[in-house]
Design a protein around this ligand. Structure first.
Ligand SMILES: *Cc1c(COP(=O)(O)O)cnc(C)c1O
Length: 456
């Protein structure tokens, strides 16, 4: 039997833990992020065998390698089959270029992939222990709704979602606020980064130690691991079409959890030529990759790809760790990463709102494929990559579409002149009552709320 995988903090000041403890804790006690002590490897034959598997079966294979013997195979199989009961279409655009639609889950964003698995894993570990977790999560829109939907009704987990009142759409808000029960939603007159800072402060607050806090933000390893799976799945679909070579993925990026899933897939053996990491005007990563100097953007810039308005991506510490460096939670680099290797494997570009809108128009005009702002940032990043790297024109290219166009009806109507059809998951929201509490964006207020609401 292989030795059980342990999880280490990127800040290197905390003890290593099991998958279960990393999942239930969220953040390491030294404020670092948990990373697997070694990267599980798949052989080419194992990757080839995915070609005949369902999404859930590939998820079982990939996630199982991180969980190890901690969960019985039959239990894990049940969890993945329950989590992944929706389509993951790979839509052909033109030539050898595809869009992978990660928007068919219950809240119509790619966050469903991670949240549904994480919620089920947490509930699996908590059942019968008498422990009840209080999950805190800050959202720029899609995390909150995905986590709320994925955790809604779970017996042993309560959820508090903090969101910046003016930075989420009506529809995104209603996806969170119309649930109730164990889902508590807080609206703040603040930015996403402020909400995230409040959550981080709560984790470090000894006065809340008795509340059994955990995180559902992309800092949780339980969110990262499920996001490895769809990269393998994309490859399995392309192989079914007879293609068996390296793939380039374009990833629209904010907190860099999606990208980390891809980079981990590559380190596990998936044949990836390059990652095209596309950000909106929050371009701290493209600048870092170019210069080696990291400067976060404070406050973060508002763009139409609002789920990516992140001025200091929390998963960057993980990427730096994967390339041999150390970056702390504030963004200070204590040991530089191998930038040469990072640049060979990752290309990064920043995309303006105008370019995003032009891309939505042109991709629809030329190919009749509807993108929303986040997926359009990825496609625009891919276009920049191909301009700078003409030799890659004939490569197999997969651009990730991370939300359903119907989540951004105003923008799509303005640009394309029609209302994107509503997926069943988004229908009927406007008629339901909302449950939401407003608090001031001050830590004392947040702490008072938590103590009043969740005192055992
Ligand atoms: C969260 C989100 C992103 C960014 O993903 P990260 O993992 O934070 O980089 C992109 N698009 C949509 C629609 C999202 O909800």
């Amino acid at each position: 039997m292989a030795q059980a995988l342990r999880y280490h903090s990127t800040n290197q000041q905390a003890q290593s833990v099991s998958f279960r403890d990393a999942l239930l804790k969220g953040q390491a006690p030294d404020r670092g992020l948990y990373m697997p002590g070694r990267i599980p490897q798949l052989t080419p034959a194992e990757i080839r065998s995915h070609a005949t598997m369902t999404y859930a079966a590939i998820a079982f294979d990939v996630i199982g390698r991180f969980v190890g013997e901690e969960i019985a195979a039959a239990d894990l199989r049940r969890l993945v089959e329950d989590a992944y009961d929706f389509d993951v279409p790979l839509e052909h655009v033109v030539g050898r270029r595809y869009v992978m639609r990660l928007d068919r889950g219950p809240t119509a964003s790619f966050k469903d992939f991670a949240a549904r698995m994480m919620g089920r894993l947490m509930q699996h570990y908590l059942r019968g222990t008498g422990r009840r977790l209080l999950v805190l999560t800050a959202t720029s829109g899609d995390t909150g709704s995905a986590v709320a939907s994925a955790f809604y009704g779970l017996a042993d987990v309560r959820v508090v979602v903090l969101f910046p009142r003016d930075e989420v759409t009506d529809r995104q808000r209603r996806q969170m606020t119309t649930l109730g029960r164990n889902v508590h939603v807080l609206a703040l007159d603040a930015k996403f980064d402020d909400c995230q800072a409040l959550v981080k402060q709560a984790f470090a607050d000894p006065a809340l130690g008795h509340l059994d806090l955990s995180s559902a933000n992309s800092i949780n390893i339980g969110r990262l691991v499920p996001q490895i799976v769809y990269y393998f799945y994309a490859f399995s679909l392309l192989r079914k079409d007879g293609d068996a070579e390296h793939v380039t993925f374009a990833v629209p990026s904010g907190n860099f959890g999606d990208m980390m899933g891809g980079v981990l897939a590559m380190k596990m053996g998936l044949p990836v030529r390059r990652f095209v990491i596309a950000t909106n005007a929050n371009d701290e990563f493209p600048r870092y990759l170019r210069s080696g100097r990291y400067e976060k953007i404070e406050p973060s810039r508002n763009c139409i790809s609002s789920a990516m308005n992140v001025g200091h991506p929390s998963n960057l510490a993980r990427l730096v760790a994967l390339y041999g460096g150390v970056m702390d939670e504030k963004g200070t680099i204590h040991r530089p990463a191998d930038l040469g290797r990072m640049r060979r494997e990752i290309y990064a570009a920043s995309v303006t709102d105008d370019e995003t809108r032009d891309t939505i128009r042109s991709v629809y005009g030329e190919h009749r494929v509807t993108l929303e702002p986040h997926g359009a940032v990825a496609w625009a990043g891919l276009t920049k990559y191909l301009l700078e790297n003409p030799q890659a024109q004939g490569d197999l290219l997969v651009s990730l579409e991370t939300a359903h166009p119907a989540k951004f009806p105003d923008e799509i109507r303005r640009l394309l002149g029609f209302d994107p059809p509503l997926p069943p998951s988004l229908a009927g929201l406007d008629d339901k009552p909302e449950f939401v509490t407003s608090i001031a964006p001050r830590y004392e207020d947040f702490r008072r709320y938590l103590l009043a609401e969740f005192q055992p």
